[in-house]
Design a protein. Structure first.
Ligand SMILES: Cc1cc2nc3c(=O)[nH]c(=O)nc-3n(C[C@H](O)[C@H](O)[C@H](O)COP(=O)(O)OP(=O)(O)OC[C@H]3O[C@@H](n4cnc5c(N)ncnc54)[C@H](O)[C@@H]3O)c2cc1C
Length: 269
């Protein structure tokens, strides 16, 4: 029999304990290794806050619906990316309203659209261990493989911070699924730094972990092709029912070039 405990009651972490976010993954398949769920839903954490420095702090418990509804200031040129990533979910009503940003990151699926969003916008995770120690880790280093995260037993993802500078970057988004409303098979985001104009291409869904390719000078098509070729190892393309590695690789090359063209050539740079 599964027990559910309130996360506000600080109890000793035991083998078989798991944090409960929205439960959309945890309740979707049998979890024979779990004995107790520690429910985060009553923590009362503010879902979204803009800090005095202009960073956006997203609580782990923020739902996809709350993120989608959040009024984004007009000067956030990266604003469209929020909705594009929310919509990249294979989202039923239940997923939209219950799934949390933190649960999406901690699931660590290649097709995790909140991983795509926060990795592309230089997101940093705030993690709390059972001793109370806090540490920060870039999202791109937090997800290290398909379903593999930099989490020790009992570690809690508290929030993800998106820096002000990333929120005013120009972005380009491409996503493909094998079938309409299907889980993402490839999701590529380009971001143009507002200060130094450098391009970063973030590859998710087609790869087992987020892969970020940085271009200190504006690249041509060949430079982007080479970066994808040498920046992503063949074994890093994901293989599951939502897409063969060869197709994911093909879409990654294509989207990376489309993103480059949108941000440079079509913008008249
Ligand atoms: C029909 C359907 C479609 C789906 N489509 C997608 C999809 O397209 N892409 C995708 O990525 N996923 C998908 N999922 C899986 C899942 O719904 C999402 O990953 C969702 O974002 C998980 O969030 P949650 O809050 O419900 O997490 P939960 O189910 O509550 O938890 C997920 C995992 O994260 C851990 N966890 C949760 N919060 C924290 C925290 N703050 N700190 C530490 N650990 C934590 C839990 O212990 C658990 O291991 C789908 C699921 C279903 C049923």
């Amino acid at each position: 029999m599964l027990e559910v405990r309130d996360a506000r009651r600080r109890e000793v972490w035991q083998p078989g304990d798991a944090w409960l976010g929205g439960g959309t993954y945890l309740f979707s398949e049998p979890q024979p290794h779990i004995r107790r769920l520690v429910d985060l839903s009553r923590t009362g954490w503010e879902p979204l806050q803009v800090t005095p420095e202009g960073d956006l702090e997203i609580a782990a418990t923020c739902t996809i619906a709350q993120l989608s509804r959040f009024p984004r200031p007009a000067h956030w040129t990266a604003a469209p990316l929020f909705e594009q990533c929310c919509r990249a979910f294979l989202a039923s009503w239940k997923i939209w309203n219950m799934a949390t940003v933190g649960g999406n990151l901690c699931n660590g699926l290649p097709a995790g659209p909140m991983i795509s969003l926060t990795a592309a916008l230089d997101g940093v995770c705030l993690l709390r261990s059972q001793t109370g120690a806090l540490r920060r880790l870039p999202v791109a280093d937090f997800v290290v493989g398909a379903g593999v995260k930099a989490l020790e037993p009992g570690d809690l993802l508290r929030s993800i911070t998106l820096p002000a500078r990333a929120l005013v970057s120009r972005t380009a988004f491409r996503q493909a699924s094998l079938y309409g409303l299907g889980r993402s098979g490839a999701l590529v985001i380009g971001t143009l730094d507002p200060v130094d104009g450098t391009l970063t291409i973030t590859v998710t869904a087609s790869t087992v972990r987020p892969i970020r390719l940085h271009f200190p000078v504006p690249p041509n098509a060949e430079a982007v092709r080479e970066a994808v070729e040498y920046g992503i190892e063949p074994h890093e393309y994901y293989d599951d029912i939502h897409g063969l590695p060869a197709w994911r690789r093909h879409m990654t090359f294509r989207f990376a070039e489309e993103v480059r063209r949108e941000l440079f050539e079509e913008a008249g740079r």
